[in-house]
Design a binder for this molecule. Structure first.
Ligand SMILES: NC(=O)c1ccc[n+]([C@@H]2O[C@H](COP(=O)([O-])OP(=O)(O)OC[C@H]3O[C@@H](n4cnc5c(N)ncnc54)[C@H](O)[C@@H]3O)[C@@H](O)[C@H]2O)c1
Length: 344
């Protein structure tokens, strides 16, 4: 077993998935004594999401700031990097293209450059099934990605850059493509993303649940507790180096079924507000057999159970005020409900 004296960087560690990954890292025997540095600009995360630990150091800063990134690497010479920082509002990414590419692509390149310079042993990256685009289900790692929105394009560009950095500089990577992850610590105050969080936030405030189109679009909602351990353990799993893995649940459900499940968890009969359809993939689910084979596990928390756990947590923290994105670059074709949001 590899022992520590090692340091780890988790970007976006104060966010939803990051906060769970940090907890898993603190538990890993391979990282006993290792220092874990979280770099997060708190644009979507919360310091309160982080656990108390003398091994944890929080740095408020952006991955887009190459000086911050370089000085952190100078100081800690990170052995392992988990890069989760991103603004993942896929639907909104059409309208905030420059921001999307600067934050999600250039920010990632700052980290890859620093990881190469400092001979980081493994760079773990959370991509997304957004790289696949539409029309190919179940999405399998053997398909050639064809992303259809700026968010997916930036994720795929980072994937390609990691491969290229591996070829030329030997940087080892593991790429995860999660989808529709939900659970405790999710930012329920983001009105542009994470349908389960949006539904819970609105239900707790007695507001109707917004559904784009007829609600028959299908997603496989994936409980965070089934995914975070895989992401955290990647550097220590044989066969995971320089590989890409879909991770998440197999079982798909419609948004209309989700309305029922979330209503049941709160014991409230929800009102639904049907909105015009927006540009989005109709059916998105993925094949997880590769991750199951290499990580030797595939656990799927039943969606009713996962939603109940998240609902218990959401009731405890209470509703969050929904924050608007103030710098829309292209207002054309913005879904009407978001136009109102940005003008309020
Ligand atoms: N939640 C999902 O269903 C899902 C699905 C596929 C991929 N992902 C990916 O997983 C990662 C984590 O997503 P999440 O759902 O936890 O989102 P999140 O918003 O909760 O977490 C992202 C974190 O990154 C931080 N951040 C954003 N831009 C930053 C920057 N420039 N510098 C430093 N920190 C920055 C935010 O403050 C936040 O804490 C993202 O890369 C996302 O694209 C998420």
């Amino acid at each position: 077993m590899q022992k520590s004296g090692r340091s780890c960087l988790v970007t976006g560690g104060a966010g939803f998935i990051g906060a769970h990954v940090v907890r898993e890292l603190l538990r890993l025997p391979e990282l006993e004594d290792a220092t874990i540095v979280v770099l997060d600009d708190l644009s979507g995360g919360f310091v309160e999401n982080l656990p108390d630990s003398p091994r944890l150091e929080f740095v408020k800063g952006s991955v887009t700031d190459s000086q911050v990134v370089d000085s952190l690497f100078e100081k800690h010479r990170f052995t392992y990097v988990w890069h989760l920082a991103a603004y993942a509002a896929e639907g909104l990414s059409h309208f905030i293209r420059r921001f999307n590419y600067e934050n999600n692509l250039i920010g990632s390149i700052n980290l890859i450059n620093a990881a190469v310079r400092h001979q980081t042993k493994r760079f773990v990256f959370t991509s997304s099934i957004a790289v696949y685009g539409s029309g190919q289900v179940p999405m399998s790692e053997s398909l050639t990605p064809s992303p259809e929105d700026p968010y997916g394009i930036s994720k795929y560009a980072v994937e390609l850059d990691l491969r290229s950095a591996h070829e030329l500089f030997g940087l080892e990577f593991t790429i995860f493509r999660p989808h529709n992850v939900y659970g405790e610590f999710q930012n329920i105050g983001d009105r542009y993303r994470n349908v389960i969080g949006i539904f819970m936030n609105r239900l707790m405030q007695g507001q109707p649940l917004p559904v784009f189109g007829n609600g028959e679009q299908q997603r496989a909602f994936s409980y965070i507790g089934d995914i975070a351990p895989l992401i955290a353990s990647a550097p220590f799993v044989d066969g995971s180096a320089n590989e890409t893995f879909n991770v998440g649940a197999d079982q798909a459900m419609s948004i209309n079924e989700l309305v029922e499940a979330v209503s049941a968890a709160f014991g409230i009969k929800a009102q639904v507000e049907y909105l015009p359809p927006r540009i989005e993939v109709d059916k998105a689910w993925a094949d997880h057999s590769k991750a199951a084979r290499v990580f030797k596990t595939h656990h799927e928390t039943p969606v009713g159970e996962g939603i109940r756990r998240m609902a218990d947590w959401a009731r405890e923290v209470g509703p969050r005020s929904s924050v608007e994105f103030s710098n829309i670059e292209l207002p054309q074709n913005l879904p009407p409900s978001w136009v109102t949001a940005t003008k309020k």
